[in-house]
Design a protein around this ligand. Structure first.
Ligand SMILES: Cc1cc2nc3c(=O)[nH]c(=O)nc-3n(C[C@H](O)[C@H](O)[C@H](O)COP(=O)(O)OP(=O)(O)OC[C@H]3O[C@@H](n4cnc5c(N)ncnc54)[C@H](O)[C@@H]3O)c2cc1C
Length: 458
């Protein structure tokens, strides 16, 4: 039970704005991009820095409140907003400082990818983040962070140098290779299980213009395109990252598309991409030299906020001819024109040369990640779209491993979390027992704390 006076003095103690249900702005503040999620927190605290975050953690603990942490709000499972309880909203924490000499950046965790890229690109630098610029750097990084630069420079977590994190006890710790190394291991893939990360420090790399864009074929050619792309991708250099999906192009209709980014010399990129661009007479080819920042916003129009989203995803065990046959059955069949499925991401290069136990993110050995990413407009269409998404995933299931990338998972529960953290689950569970033994941070793909004698240092 929170008394009115304790709520009042808590709110007055914050540097940032806060919203209760009676306040103007509350409804806007509780909204996240996935319209499937409609929750009503008791209070939303828009923190201005670590002091506010510490105050929130202590207040939530004292009053036994459920706590959710919102970075960019894009969790497809809706983990950044809770029913009742307290939301720590980091969206006002946008401090960022690039050190061009050392090629590093320290960034607060309310930044979106676009805001982050803008600052680093001012110095001709970048590091791996995702491919839609409205997503938050925090949730994306803590889960792993796949993007156009992953094959050249590793996942977002592979570029992390350190993180500041407020623990369940309300203490601010720094985690790095030299300090709290076990925690540093855990946050690189263990999502928000260990605390509220208030800033992230990354290594940066010189990234100038890139050769990038989309290639689109009629759905009737999806099978031959998938066969060709599978072989083509196998010999991709680290500079090249590709992803492909069935989708509906506005004004055109259902197609199969591949998005490519070559982050190297433009002339080499032209050579490398030639076979893909000339295969099967694509109906559209938007591949061109562009700035990295331009590339990072290129897919934004496909992901407006306010649509319903449901995702099923697992890594591919066997991208065989039979898997392609199964996928092709679902090309152009989605009930919604906004859905991306069947969808494949090609994972290779630097991200896959790191050991599965070197960070909490374990899925380094797979070349392909499959997902059915469904989005639609009306709540009344939810049942049909969710059913179709599950059917598509079910048809692919014989070719998939149990393991999944937690950032692409809508479903919840212990089984889902165990699959996402895979062989690293037990290690994470022991670490959880050390840093969050009461499972205070559980609005995430949750790791249960386990009292254990297992070695918990990385
Ligand atoms: C349109 C779209 C495109 C995407 N593209 C990519 C992509 O290219 N590559 C990729 O890897 N992923 C991608 N994703 C998945 C994305 O990485 C996850 O949805 C991620 O969780 C989003 O992070 P966020 O900060 O926006 O989300 P939030 O919903 O705010 O957070 C997600 C999770 O992280 C926790 N969290 C957030 N901030 C903190 C913090 N500071 N401290 C502790 N815990 C925190 C939250 O509590 C929640 O559990 C995409 C998602 C969407 C919706």
């Amino acid at each position: 039970m929170i008394t009115e006076s304790s709520m009042k003095s808590f709110r007055a103690s914050l540097g940032g704005q806060s919203f209760c249900p009676v306040d103007a702005g509350y409804d806007q503040a509780r909204k996240i991009p996935n319209a499937m999620i409609d929750r009503h927190p008791a209070i939303i605290a828009r923190c201005t820095g670590p002091a506010d975050v510490i105050a929130c953690v202590r207040f939530a603990r004292e009053h036994d409140l459920v706590l959710a942490v919102r970075g960019g709000g894009h969790s497809v499972a809706g983990k950044s907003v809770c029913e009742g309880g307290l939301v720590i909203d980091l969206s006002a924490m946008k401090g960022i400082r690039v050190d061009p000499g050392r090629r590093t950046v320290r960034a607060q965790t309310g930044l979106t990818l676009g805001e982050f890229d803008r600052e680093t690109q001012a110095f001709g630098l970048a590091t791996t983040q995702g491919v839609v610029s409205t997503v938050g750097i925090a949730g994306l990084t803590l889960g792993g962070g796949w993007g156009h630069l992953h094959a050249k420079y590793g996942l977002a977590i592979d570029n992390l140098i350190s993180a500041d994190i407020v623990t369940a006890e309300g203490n601010l710790l720094t985690a790095s290779a030299a300090e709290n190394e076990d925690l540093f291991w855990g946050i690189r893939g263990g999502s928000g299980n260990f605390g509220v990360v208030t800033s992230l420090e990354y290594r940066l790399h010189p990234v100038g213009s890139v050769l990038a864009g989309g290639l689109f074929w009629p759905t009737a050619k999806a099978k031959e395109v998938l066969h060709f792309w599978r072989e083509f991708a196998e010999s991709s250099p680290d500079e090249l990252v590709t992803q492909g999906t069935a989708l509906t192009l506005p004004g055109v209709g259902p197609v199969f598309g591949i998005v490519a980014c070559y982050a190297g010399s433009i002339s080499s990129g032209e050579e490398v991409l030639k076979p893909l661009r000339s295969f099967g007479a694509p109906i559209a080819d938007s591949i061109a030299e562009m700035s990295y920042a331009q590339l990072q916003t290129m897919l934004n129009p496909f992901f407006p906020p306010g649509r319903h989203t449901y995702v099923k995803s697992n890594f591919v065990r066997d991208f065989s001819d039979a898997a392609i046959d199964a996928a092709v059955e679902y090309v152009g069949r989605s009930p919604s024109p906004y859905t991306f499925a069947p969808f494949f991401e090609h994972w290779h290069g630097a991200a896959t040369r790191i050991g599965s136990a070197d960070t909490a993110f374990p899925h380094r050995q797979h070349s392909w990640n499959f997902f059915a990413w469904s989005t639609w407009e009306e709540a009344s269409e939810s049942e049909r779209n969710i059913r179709w998404t599950r059917e598509c995933w079910q048809a692919m299931r014989p070719f998939l491993v149990a393991g999944s990338y937690s950032n692409y998972v809508s479903d919840e529960g212990e089984a889902v979390a165990r699959e996402a953290y895979g062989p690293n689950y037990d290690h994470l569970s022991a670490l959880k027992a050390k840093y969050d033994p009461t499972n205070f941070f559980h609005m995430n793909h949750n790791v249960q704390p386990r009292a254990t004698s297992a070695r918990i240092s990385a």
